[in-house]
Design a protein around this ligand. Structure first.
Ligand code: PLP
Length: 411
């Protein structure tokens, strides 16, 4: 049978013919080759995809999909509307035909605005910023640029879901430092986890999923430890604006080699816009910029103009509102007898499953049977003993959630 030459296909070739052609290439019979087990395509998957496992969270969302009126306290994004000035800036940029690629490093106005803030805060001569496709984009670039196969990355357990997968994806090995029961950083434990293969410490404060904000002492000693052992310290500060007691400290204050990732997603409620930034020593940022050129190309261009408007927008009312919701949820959980570390930031609480109520997966399954959607701890941890509640929801939803938690909670 003759091979189908793809270079002879053109825009007028009917799509049915194209798919038939592809089905027949390298074929065994006139009817085409259909592998009944679909084994052929799965054998193409690269080894690194074995790192990807979303079965736990998928199970939760599969259950949720069957619910008619869920009390949803599982969401990891703000529930407030994007302020009009920011929306208008995005619309205006699209109307003004700012829809092509931007320069890789970000439009100069945004880059300069971010750089001015960073310079004012740290005053480091060699600190440079790159605008990225979300904080996630910045994390991907950082991992690809800094982690070699076999390198170890110290992460704190519980962790943001992406971390171990990203580390594994580039051939690195996540080394977990357990922070239970109070989710504080024990510097002795971190020091004990350092080996000759350690390349990076990955910090997230305020933290997802615990809501815990690291103290200045914790941050300072971590920054010192990274400097002493010549380790890259990557600080994910995406929840920095959601800090309810005091402004959180960045390790970059104490260690000028710290690499910081941050983003617009949470502060301005624009998770779908995919806008973030990364700042650090210029030699590192230069490499990341090159890598961005060959991967993401640039952050969404018209939205970078809207990001400029975002930087001018005061979000403090929303933050105050979230603080009230935190207090409402924390008080309700306390009254119901749940054990949890008081959260100082982000928009999550991470209570312990009451004794006698099984694993977090079992407890959350029970909560879901009662219409309440929360996330079991094994999504964020090697342990399955806690569950994440998000208070990025209306007070009415939080009250309804608390009602269920009272019913199924400690006796
Ligand atoms: C700790 C943490 N880092 C990064 C991200 C990703 O943020 P972005 O939307 O900017 O990619 C999230 C989102 O949930 C997060 O919780």
């Amino acid at each position: 049978m003759g091979r189908c030459r793809t270079d002879s296909l053109n825009a007028r070739t009917p799509s049915r013919l194209i798919s038939a052609c592809y089905r027949h290439s390298g074929d065994l019979s006139d009817r085409g080759y259909f592998n009944p087990q679909s084994q052929m395509s799965t054998s193409w998957l690269a080894q690194r995809t074995s790192e990807f496992d979303s079965s736990g969270i998928r199970k939760v969302f599969d259950l949720a999909a069957k619910m008619t009126d869920p009390i949803n306290l599982s969401i990891g994004q703000p529930d407030f509307a994007v302020p009009d000035a920011i929306k208008e800036a995005a619309i205006e940029a699209i109307r003004a035909d700012k829809n092509g690629y931007s320069v890789t490093q970000g439009i100069p106005e945004l880059q300069q605005a971010l750089q001015a803030r960073i310079d004012a805060e740290y005053g480091h001569a060699d600190r440079r910023v790159l605008v990225t496709s979300g904080t996630s984009g910045a994390l991907v670039l950082a991992m690809l640029s800094l982690i070699d196969p076999g390198d170890e990355v110290i992460c704190f357990d519980p962790y943001f879901v992406m971390y171990p997968t990203l580390v594994g994806m580039v051939g690195g090995r996540p080394v977990m430092v357990d922070t239970y029961p109070d989710f504080r950083i024990d510097i002795e434990k971190v020091a004990a986890a350092i080996t000759p293969r350690t390349k990076m410490i990955l910090l997230n404060s305020p933290a997802n999923p615990t809501g815990v904000v690291a103290t200045e002492d914790e941050i300072k000693s971590l920054a010192g430890l990274a400097a002493k052992h010549n380790l890259a310290l990557l600080s994910d500060e995406i929840y920095r604006d959601f800090s309810y007691e005091a402004s959180p400290t960045s390790p970059a204050t104490f260690n000028d080699q710290t690499i910081v990732v941050d983003g617009f997603s949470k502060t301005y409620g624009v998770t779908g816009w995919r806008l973030g930034w990364i700042h650090g020593p210029s030699a590192i940022i230069d490499k990341l910029t090159m890598l961005q050129q060959y991967t993401f190309v640039c952050a969404p261009h018209p939205l970078q103009h809207a990001a400029l408007a975002a930087l001018e927008t005061d979000m403090s009312d929303h933050i105050t509102n979230y603080k009230k919701r935190r207090d409402l949820l924390a008080q309700g959980l306390h009254n119901a007898g749940y054990e949890f570390t008081p959260p100082g930031g982000a928009f999550y609480v991470y209570p312990k499953v009451p004794s006698g109520k099984g694993t977090a997966t079992e407890f959350v399954t029970h909560a879901i049977e009662n219409q309440l959607l929360v996330i079991p701890g094994n999504i964020f941890s090697r342990r399955d003993t806690h569950f994440r509640i998000s208070y990025a929801a209306s007070t009415e939803t939080i009250e309804r959630g608390l009602e269920v938690l009272r019913q199924i909670g400690p006796q």
